[in-house]
Design a protein around this ligand. Structure first.
Ligand code: PEP
Ligand code: MG
Length: 756
């Protein structure tokens, strides 16, 4: 049965749109369960009614015509109870409703199971049979499993067709797709899809005015692939890999298939450009294989898609096809937009980013935050092939987007966008004013950087130095470990740009989700694995090289501070400290700068919260990495869109941890800063100030807002709020308390930046 289910899901996954997907579900499930009827009801429309969307067994004219309120009939009962309903005589049940257009009076046995996607009820899957009988436990289990697995595929198919076919969960409405917050702000713009190489699924449906030219391009691409395959086959012939030879031959046969070429040409004649015509033809052919019983033949569907990708690669390589045009107000949309995509694009035209994967902690989101570009991450499936040129609203505050917004939504977001711009230009006046509360308590505000692109905004922000320079970013954009001289030049650039203000350079923090292409680490559980200081202590040559480069760059500037990431044991601090001493000694012996700079530790592992005092005794300062500290305290993966709703810096446990860290540091008179995203959250900043955090380090774009908050409130009032927040038990209640305060202070414009 598992195999049957897997094949149904694969076929549904490859469907072009929702109608096709539902058609596959009802016919395959009916066949697999040997029942008379299988139907899918989906919730749709403003009232989330159940609409019969597809059926095998009921009269076809009832599709779209049968509509039930959300608690009406047996379908409504399944939806309300969120459990299977298994009846031997459906019409005898008090909840039964009869629809003459279905012809369902012939069927007595009824089994309905809910289709739920992450708490969101999508619809109900129903099977019916003429006989009076209850469905067996195995049958219930099969349908139940099918519905659970099909929920994701239904969402995918719905997005592949019309984005807003399905009713949104209550409160979302208006066709918004929900992801997670990447970078705050809102934007309305035009979609430019970022296609990862030759990916058939994301080829755009563009029209052509030159079918003959498109057909010539197709033939040329096929010819090139043919030659490529011949060359590949010859290489493998010498190596005697029989299987590979057979595979190459099979690919060649597919390539030579007359129907593949003919059907693609027909689609071109119908007005499509060659890549999209190819995508449709390959999809149609591959689906025939997907439906086959025989496993070997089914695998040929994948081969066909491979051949399609090869042709596409050659097609796109032909002159001019790959050039991306960026209109004014571009929103980059893609599966995994990279730092390189952003770096290549003309930044003055990019107003937003929307990504189907990743989270606020992904590098592209961190860079977007630095550049002040709103971003939404982790959107799941998007119909990438049908997005080019469409209008999109990016709501980075709430982590959602709306494609083809209705006029009212678009206008509302244009208004918010203008309001944000007005706010930002107004805040520019605060640039040279100190960050002090109304009763004179001074807080240091610094910036986080790591990429050359964000140094200028960081310098212009009025920040008092760099609270966190992530050294792994320059390591990531290279092909090998940068040498000591290369690192020296990078660090000198940064230190000199900010001197005499301090620059806190964190030693290499790779591992977790940050890997180097030339130093792959494969682990089951990377966030609990070989990460940060654990790696650099195991590779003292890497650590020493980095420290030496930093110390050399610091000669004559003297504004360097060193920060150690991912420390979980005090011995690690002692060992790192000894290596720093060694580097200082060696440099002094070489007649270079050997002065030991201030050394601090990131508090981002809960274990250190309990050893904060002993830690403070060893170092010059502490910096709380709330991004990781929250992830580890709450056991919520910071990159996982599924649990993003559980990730909250205002969780009472996080606030208590911060309180204890400050207490431990005070024992030895050490300053404490916060350099996670929490520092740039206006509501959280009030509590951080009250907790006695000395410095807040954040993206340059967040800094003016945080300065505005600090300059608007007294320390006394912030402390009162802290006492009240500490007595609360849920992050949501704390957020409401702080947002109300911001509104009361006349800073309502910042509340949007808070979490809903
Ligand atoms: C943190 O963990 O809060 C932090 C600032 O470091 P990163 O986001 O680079 O892990
Ligand atoms: Mg961290």
């Amino acid at each position: 049965m598992l195999d049957v289910l897997r094949r149904i899901i694969q076929a549904v996954d490859n469907a072009e749109d929702l109608d096709e997907a539902l058609g596959i579900i009802v016919s395959r499930v009916r066949e697999a369960m040997a029942v008379d009827v299988c139907s899918v009801y989906l919730r749709a429309g403003a009232r989330s009614d159940y609409v019969l969307m597809a059926t095998e067994g009921l009269r076809p004219e009832s599709v779209g015509a049968v509509r039930l309120g959300h608690d009406e009939g047996l379908v409504g009962l399944v939806g309300t109870r969120q459990e299977p309903v298994n009846l031997d005589e459906a019409s005898a049940h008090p909840g039964y409703r009869y629809f003459p257009e279905t012809g369902e009076e012939h069927y007595n046995a009824f089994l309905g199971v809910p289709i739920i996607h992450y708490r969101r009820p999508l619809g109900v899957l129903v099977v019916q049979q003429g006989a009076h009988r209850r469905f067996s436990e195995d049958e219930v289990a099969f349908l139940f499993t099918a519905a659970a697995q099909l929920a994701g595929a239904i969402i995918h198919a719905a997005h592949s067709g019309e984005v807003d076919t399905l009713a949104e969960p209550p409160g979302q409405g208006m066709g918004f797709l929900t992801g997670t917050r990447g970078a705050t702000g809102v934007a309305v713009g035009t979609i430019v899809p970022m296609v990862p190489g030759a990916d058939l699924a994301s080829v755009q449906d563009r029209p052509t005015t030159d079918p003959e030219g498109e057909k010539a391009a197709l033939h040329l691409a096929i010819q090139e692939v043919r030659e490529e395959l011949r060359a590949g086959r010859d290489r493998f012939k010498d190596a005697l890999f029989d299987d590979a030879e057979v595979l190459f031959d099979a690919y060649r046969m597919m390539l030579d298939s007359a129907s593949l070429v003919r059907e693609t040409e027909q689609r071109i004649d119908g007005g499509l450009w060659a890549p999209a015509a190819l995508r449709h033809t390959i999809a149609a052919h591959a689906r025939v294989f997907d439906d086959m019983e025989d496993e070997y033949l089914r695998a040929r569907g994948e081969d066909l898609r491979d051949v399609g990708r090869l042709i596409l690669r050659h097609l796109l390589r032909q002159e001019g096809r790959e050039a991306v045009e960026y209109p004014e107000g571009t929103v980059l949309v893609g599966e995994s937009i990279t730092v390189a995509h952003l770096a290549e694009a003309p930044l003055d035209r990019i107003v937003g980013v929307a990504c189907t994967t990743g989270s606020a902690m992904s590098h592209v989101a961190v860079l977007a935050t630095s550049l002040g570009i709103p971003a939404v991450m982790g959107l799941g499936d998007l119909p990438l092939g049908r997005l080019e040129g469409r209008t999109i609203v990016v709501d980075g505050y709430r982590g959602r987007v709306c494609i083809d917004p209705v006029e009212a939504v678009r206008d509302e977001y244009l208004r918010l966008q203008a309001e944000d711009q007005e706010l930002a230009s107004g805040l520019g006046e605060l640039r040279d004013l100190p960050a002090a509360t109304t009763d004179g308590h001074r807080v240091t505000l610094q910036v986080n950087t790591g990429l050359l692109a964000d140094i200028t905004p960081a310098q212009d922000s009025g920040g008092e130095g760099v609270g966190l320079y992530r050294t792994e970013f320059p390591f990531m954009v290279r092909q090998q470990f940068p040498g000591e001289d290369e690192q020296y030049r990078i660090y000198l650039d940064v230190l000199a740009s900010f001197a005499p203000l301090p620059v806190t350079m964190r030693t290499l923090d790779v591992g977790g989700d940050k890997t180097l292409p030339y130093f792959p680490i494969r682990e089951e559980n990377p966030f609990l694995g070989w990460r940060g200081i654990r790696i650099t202590l195991d590779h003292p040559e890497v650590f020493l090289g980095q420290i030496r480069s930093m110390l050399r760059a610091n000669a004559g500037l003297d504004n360097l501070r060193i920060l150690l990431p991912m420390v979980s044991r005090l011995e690690e601090v002692d060992e790192a400290s000894a290596l720093i001493d060694q580097a200082c000694r060696e440099l002094a012996e070489e007649g270079r700068n050997g002065r030991r700079p201030p050394v601090g530790v990131m508090v981002e592992v809960p274990a250190l919260v309990y050893q904060a005092e002993a830690l403070a005794r060893r170092v010059d300062f502490l910096s709380v990495g709330t991004n990781d500290l929250t992830q580890y305290l709450l056991a919520v993966d910071r990159n996982n869109a599924r649990v993003a709703g559980l990730y909250d810096n205002l969780h009472p446990a996080v606030l208590r941890a911060l309180r204890d860290i400050v207490q431990g540091a005070r024992h030895h008179g050490r300053p404490v800063s916060v350099c996670g995203e929490m520092a740039g959250d206006p509501a959280a900043a009030i509590l951080l100030v009250a907790l006695g955090i000395d410095a807040l380090s954040m993206s340059a774009s967040a800094l003016p807002r945080i300065k505005w908050v600090i300059r608007s409130i007294s320390l006394e009032r912030a402390r009162e709020l802290l006492i009240r927040a500490m007595a609360m038990e849920s992050p949501g209640a704390i957020r409401i308390l702080l947002n109300e305060e911001l509104v009361g202070l006349g800073l309502g414009g910042l509340v949007r930046a808070g979490k809903e």
